[in-house]
Write a protein of this length. Structure first.
Length: 225
């Protein structure tokens, strides 16, 4: 059952790293809307993951998939963005703490023909968004501290989702809000009630023995009245 107006993004950070092609194919076949790449550099976060060559290989295998690249790198330069754009990214988000000129970077991403987003850590206030609406396609609200999969949602971060939605409405901007961190069938409806549009799901999908049933459970939770 497809959840109206909501998107599920499967985070391959929680997939089987030795069978990623198989896991991504299954995710897309089962109806996952977006494939989410957590790019880490051992500087901004204490972990290291997928480089542009990996993304390019995935793009060759899945030419029609939507690839959502979350850059957790420092510094976040235009060269890095260019590499992932050339490799096949559709959406790119980055952290303002890792970029000197946030507005310039958003403009650069959009000029490459991609959707541009800012990622907000749990302790990052959303006030900077007031000056960026014209350059934003989406906002990624981190509901855990970035760096590792399988963490529990920090409850206090959910009010930020509502704050971002309210700020966008006040600015008369139709911005998608993506939530990443601890999303599962038992809390996805609550997260949606704060205004989230896109849900990054890692272990709740890729860690499930029955992925089809796991995705169905997520959609049923969202559609539950």
């Amino acid at each position: 059952m497809k959840s109206k107006n909501f998107l599920i993004a499967g985070s391959i950070l929680s997939a089987d790293l030795l069978n990623l092609e198989q896991d991504v194919k299954q995710a897309l076949d089962e109806g996952v809307d977006v494939i989410h790449f957590d790019v880490m550099d051992y500087h901004f976060v204490p972990n290291m993951t997928f480089g542009p060559a990996f993304l390019k290989a995935m793009r060759q295998k899945f030419p029609k998939a939507i690839f959502d690249v979350h850059l957790m790198v420092s510094p976040c330069s235009e060269n890095i963005v260019d590499d992932y754009a050339k490799a096949g990214a559709n959406w790119i988000s980055f952290h303002p703490e890792a970029c000197v000129h946030t507005e310039r970077m958003l403009t650069h991403i959009q000029e490459l023909g991609l959707k541009a987003g800012v990622a907000l850590n749990p302790s990052t206030p959303p006030q900077l968004l007031r000056y960026l609406w014209d350059k934003l396609d989406f906002v990624l609200v981190m509901t855990v501290n970035p760096g590792f999969g399988g963490q529990k949602t920090i409850p206090a971060t959910l009010t930020k989702v509502a704050d971002v939605k309210a700020m966008a409405k006040e600015a008369n901007k139709d911005i998608l809000v993506e939530v990443d961190g601890g999303v599962k069938d038992s809390n996805i409806k609550e997260i949606a009630s704060f205004g989230a549009d896109i849900f990054v799901v890692g272990s709740a999908f890729f860690g499930a023995s029955d992925k089809k049933a796991a995705l169905k459970s997520l959609h049923q939770a969202l559609n539950d009245e």
